[in-house]
Ligand binder design. Structure first.
Ligand code: HEM
Length: 501
């Protein structure tokens, strides 16, 4: 009897018969990168016992050339981190706000990847340093990847993305001494008073969370949700820890910096490895167009929180981390999270920091990981079909599919659902570089100092501010005191006393 095989079946039969091996399968002996068995691994090829190496030692060159290229650029911000996998489950119906498929029914589960990070220091830095923590989630939804790239603070230091590179440079190392520099840090902060709200978070005990499991997360920027009728509403995402909040005192954080620089990575890994799975509850806060127009503060300014008594938390679901990465570089270092990864039902608001971020993240990721970074398994969406082809390291080049649009060959259509969830919207205004000096930079900072912190929290804040400001030159100390005075005369007086001025 004559047997007919498709090409795929033919390859499968060969694979099963062990005639060919698919790439990446593990041999049970040592090979070169190109898969050839290695004859001896402990010595390179030399001329005599004490002689030179030979260019023909392709096994040495293969090993060394790969080693020479092991390092990729670290993230320009949030360089050190920890990652894990898990799932998100919907607990409450929010379909009246968003038609995003991951929210479509109570009980629906979506796989997630999470990356936690410190922000300001290098990949080799310590986990318990005073810093904001990154808390970013990738949802592998059935309509593409949605990334919620947030922080453990609800606010950010600046409200205009054009200042981001300067903000980062000021907080990092002095270009001459390569030391962190209190002068440039406080110079920037005191010249941009919108930064005071986040600075207070930073120098309170919230600036030293106890690892990654005992902290909340916030999307920080304002997003837009769209429901099935095409109606939109503005939204903040908050994800609150189910483990309870825990911060370290400044003294304990410094002690851990010396004793266990990888404290937070270790804590997360060990908790998951011992089946003690951390979880967070996801909430949204929503604001209508009309509320946004009449709001006393700019709801698209990421240095502001939305007061919960006016914009209450609405529960959405819970996410749990129950899986450690199997390989750190593959799963965590190569993870590319970006606020520009949005799915039907979730869109950007006019928040200008968010707008700036939409460009920056995929731009840096094309540089950091290469143009086909979305083909790396941890970044790969569940379904993909488009006309993007080629480029460095194209692993899924989409076979023999048509490479252009429109075409008369494939029967591919756009999604009617996505079209309905992208209704037209109008914008208006005069084009100008607005740097609005009339913004209220202090009311929410004052509320944080007086009402969010208790007295013990205020004492820690003052101690931490005194320690941070004291290395700065007198002129910056004075400017910092003026800034604190705009928050509260009490704060100014206490820091002034601490500085001995
Ligand atoms: C215009 C303002 C901003 C710019 C230009 C910017 C830029 C960047 C860049 C270049 C990275 C490295 C990304 C990578 O290599 O994969 C990054 C990471 C990150 N940023 Fe921003 N950022 C901005 C504002 C913010 C804000 C407001 C937040 C708060 C929500 C934030 C949270 C994060 C987090 C959590 C990460 C780490 C993501 C990860 O774990 O891979 N950034 N940012």
């Amino acid at each position: 009897m004559k047997m007919k095989f498709t090409m795929l079946e033919f390859v499968a039969v060969l694979l099963l018969a062990g005639v060919i091996s698919s790439y990446g399968q593990q041999a049970n002996y040592i090979t070169t990168g190109f898969g050839a068995p290695v004859s001896y691994k402990d010595a390179s090829l030399t001329v005599g016992r004490r002689g030179q190496l030979l260019l023909e030692d392709t096994e040495f060159i293969d090993e060394m050339a790969h080693f020479d290229r092991e390092r990729i650029p670290e993230r320009n911000g949030h360089a050190k981190g920890a990652g894990a996998f898990g799932y998100f489950e919907v607990t409450n119906d929010i379909t009246r706000y968003s038609a995003a498929s991951l929210f479509e029914r109570v009980g629906k589960r979506t796989r997630i990847a999470v990356r936690f990070s410190t922000t300001g220091a290098e990949n080799g830095s310590t986990d318990t340093r005073r810093d904001m923590r990154g808390f970013a989630i990738k949802f592998y939804t059935d309509e593409g990847n949605w990334d919620l790239v947030g922080l453990h603070f609800p606010v950010f230091l600046i409200r205009d993305p054009i200042l981001l590179p300067s903000m980062v440079h000021a907080q990092r190392r002095n270009p001459i001494t390569f030391l962190r520099d209190a002068n440039q840090q406080w110079d920037f902060i005191t010249l941009r008073p919108e930064s005071i709200h986040m600075a207070l978070y930073m120098f309170s005990d919230k600036g030293t969370p106890d690892g990654y499991r005992y902290m909340d997360g916030f999307g920080v920027n304002t997003f837009k949700l769209i429901n099935a009728t095409g109606h939109h509403i503005y939204c903040k995402f908050n994800y609150l820890t189910d483990q309870g909040l825990r911060n370290l005192t400044a003294a304990r954080a410094r002690q851990l910096e010396a004793q266990d620089p990888d404290y937070a990575i270790r804590d997360l890994y060990n908790a998951i490895a011992s089946n003690n799975y951390p979880s967070w509850t996801l909430y949204i806060q929503v604001m209508t167009d009309e509320q946004a127009r009449n709001s006393s503060f700019n709801p698209f300014d990421d240095t502001k929180v939305w007061p919960e008594d006016i914009y209450p938390l609405i529960q959405v679901g819970r996410f749990t981390l129950n899986e450690n990465p199997t390989n750190y570089f593959q799963d965590v270092e190569q993870m590319a999270l970006s606020p520009s990864n949005m799915v039907p039902g979730i869109k950007p608001s006019p928040d200008r920091m968010l707008q700036g971020r939409l460009f920056a993240y995929p731009d840096t990721q094309r540089y950091r990981l290469g143009p086909n970074f979305l083909q790396i398994p941890v970044n790969c969406p569940l379904n993909v079909r488009n006309y993007q082809r080629d480029g460095a390291m194209s692993y899924n080049n989409q076979g023999n599919n048509t490479v252009y649009h429109p075409n008369s060959v494939d029967s591919l259509n756009v999604s009617q659902r996505a079209a309905a969830l992208n209704p037209p919207y109008s914008v208006s205004g005069d084009v100008y570089r607005y740097d609005d000096g009339s913004e209220d930079n202090f009311s929410q900072a004052t509320n944080f100092y007086l009402n969010v912190l208790d007295e013990a929290g205020r004492v820690s804040l003052v101690e931490n501010l005194v320690r941070a400001v004291s290395p700065a030159a007198a002129t910056y100390q004075q400017r910092a005191l003026d800034l604190f005075g705009n928050v509260s005369a009490d704060l100014r007086a206490r820091v002034q006393a601490g500085l001995g001025l």
